[in-house]
Design a protein around this ligand. Structure first.
Ligand SMILES: C[S@@+](CC[C@H](N)C(=O)[O-])C[C@H]1O[C@@H](n2cnc3c(N)ncnc32)[C@H](O)[C@@H]1O
Length: 254
């Protein structure tokens, strides 16, 4: 089995059978998980990209919404990597359209491979990619290799409150997360909780449902997969709105 395909579909909450339809299903979205405005505000607040040679790495960049907005606002070079070729092609087109084609370089690459060679970034963004490395400890140690000393990591993820009785292998409790960060070689600069995610979720959901309905008509033999996808998106949104705290973490490498 192709493990990267499994990572991609898991990060987007879609069945492996639907991977070829992802570009169609997600055609109306540019950002696909992380709110670019939140990331820009945090970079600004902590003057993360003030150094003249600041380099940014956006791992799991999707269609490049975060990368391109960073390049536009801060005038820095950004490298965006994603395993989905169709997303990378779109990212390149968006960058040209936003006049930052010369500042943004996008490549088709598996994040797990990239962390073995990418080095000395002032900022790494890991936006809504999920538990790709298995555990939070491994995520932080793997991403840390790409960041220079004093550099930053911005992660968009979620956690469960300590008193929550909800169980979900994709998330850990807040206290556990803080302990892992403390032992990771990073300091926690800010955890910015995203309160109004239902607005974004509803917008994403309406687009996705419309496209899934179109595909259901075109490929009736796959109806079950498209219906399951829409249902799973609905369930995932409810979990994110009611059981999980969606958070953007700013970490600084010690
Ligand atoms: C939920 S999307 C988020 C995209 C982007 N960060 C954003 O917020 O718009 C997750 C992205 O991670 C990518 N991805 C998942 N596993 C990957 C892997 N092993 N290597 C590279 N990209 C991966 C997917 O293709 C997808 O574009």
């Amino acid at each position: 089995m192709d493990l990267t395909k499994e990572d991609i579909t898991k990060s987007l909450g879609v069945d492996l059978e639907l991977i070829e339809y992802l570009p169609y299903l997600l055609q109306d979205l540019w950002d696909m998980g992380t709110n670019p405005d939140t990331v820009l505000a945090l970079i600004n607040k902590y003057s993360i990209l003030n150094s003249i040679n600041a380099k940014v790495l956006d791992l799991g960049c999707g269609k490049g919404a975060v990368s391109i907005k960073i390049a536009q606002k801060f005038g820095v070079k950004v490298v965006g990597l994603d395993a989905m070729e169709a997303f990378i092609e779109e990212a390149e087109n968006y960058a040209e359209k936003h006049l930052v084609g010369n500042m943004c370089k996008f490549y088709v690459k598996d994040i797990k491979e990239a962390v073995k060679t990418e080095r000395e970034y002032g900022l790494v963004v890991f936006g809504a990619v999920g538990q790709l490395f298995g555990t939070y400890e491994k995520t932080l140690s793997s991403l840390s290799q790409c960041i220079k000393k004093g550099g930053y990591l911005i992660i968009d993820d979620g956690y469960m409150d300590d008193d929550s009785d909800y169980k979900d292998d994709n998330y850990i409790k807040h206290g556990v997360l803080l302990k892992i960060i403390k032992e990771s070689g990073f300091t926690l600069v800010e955890e910015k909780i995203e309160h109004d995610i239902s607005v974004i979720n509803n917008r994403y959901f309406e687009f996705i449902k419309k496209r899934a309905d179109e595909l259901r008509i075109k490929y009736p033999e796959k109806t079950r997969f498209f219906e399951n996808y829409v249902k799973s998106q609905e369930i995932e949104n409810k979990i994110l709105e009611n059981k999980i705290k969606c958070v953007v973490l700013v970490l600084k490498k010690i």
